[in-house]
Ligand binder design. Structure first.
Ligand code: CU
Length: 229
């Protein structure tokens, strides 16, 4: 469908697919409403251009507030009511998706939990078998693999200052605070290398604080993790 081709999306994961669906609805409504209002304002500007200056001069007198019955108050009331309905409609529509993304799945069979340690200025992944991988712009020759088609729960903490664990491709973003475990999750269905960034200014090396994550098939992941200690 044409509309689907026009939509912006990068559905590499369950979480980003939900995120993009919501984003595109906001995008389409924004274009439709702003287009309508711009067209309406242009129409009013053109259709009322001759009378405008005289009427306004007549209406503005020092110390006198113009009558509120001037114009079309009922139309304005309908418009405001309509916009309020749209606003709350979108708000309510967004709640299930927001809840879905924030709610870490607890009872899925195919799940692995990765502990993520932020530090100035590296990321360390701790796998379920205790294997650690540390990565950053200044750490070379590391490999951090993850399985696709698997629910991955990230438990995120910091060893020093405040950081934020962010994987833009999956729309995963969670604060990293010392002494606190925050969780985020995703389920990736496209193999490839993605990058997690720190998105909380955390000192001199902040810009170097990113780590590459390689998503491979579950079988390849199992073989890789089994060969690490
Ligand atoms: Cu940081």
């Amino acid at each position: 469908m044409l509309i689907e081709k026009l939509m912006l999306s990068a559905s590499t994961s369950v979480t980003s697919a939900v995120w993009w669906r919501l984003f595109n609805i906001y995008l389409v409504l924004s274009i439709v409403f702003s287009g309508f209002f711009i067209a309406w304002i242009m129409y009013l500007v053109i259709s009322t251009r001759e009378r405008a200056d005289r009427e306004i001069v007549n209406h503005i007198k020092p110390g006198i507030i113009p009558s509120s019955t001037r114009g079309r108050p009922r139309n304005v009331a309908f418009l405001v009511l309509f916009l309020v309905i749209v606003f709350f409609g979108l708000f309510i529509y967004s709640l299930p998706s927001t809840y879905y993304l924030k709610q870490v799945p607890s009872s899925k069979a195919n799940t692995i939990t990765i502990d993520v340690y932020a530090a100035q200025w590296t990321w360390t992944f701790r796998y379920p078998n205790g294997y650690n991988v540390t990565g950053s712009a200044n750490v070379h020759n590391y490999t951090a693999e993850f399985p696709v088609n698997t629910t991955i729960i990230f438990r995120v903490t910091s060893l020093d200052v405040m950081h934020e664990f962010s994987i833009p491709s999956f729309k995963v973003k969670v604060d990293a605070f010392a002494g606190v475990w925050n969780t985020a999750w995703t389920d990736v269905y496209q193999q490839g290398t993605y990058t997690a960034f720190c998105t909380e200014l955390c000192g001199l090396g902040h810009a170097d604080m990113y780590v590459h994550m390689t998503f491979v098939s579950p079988a390849a992941y199992s073989a890789w993790i089994a060969s690490q200690k």
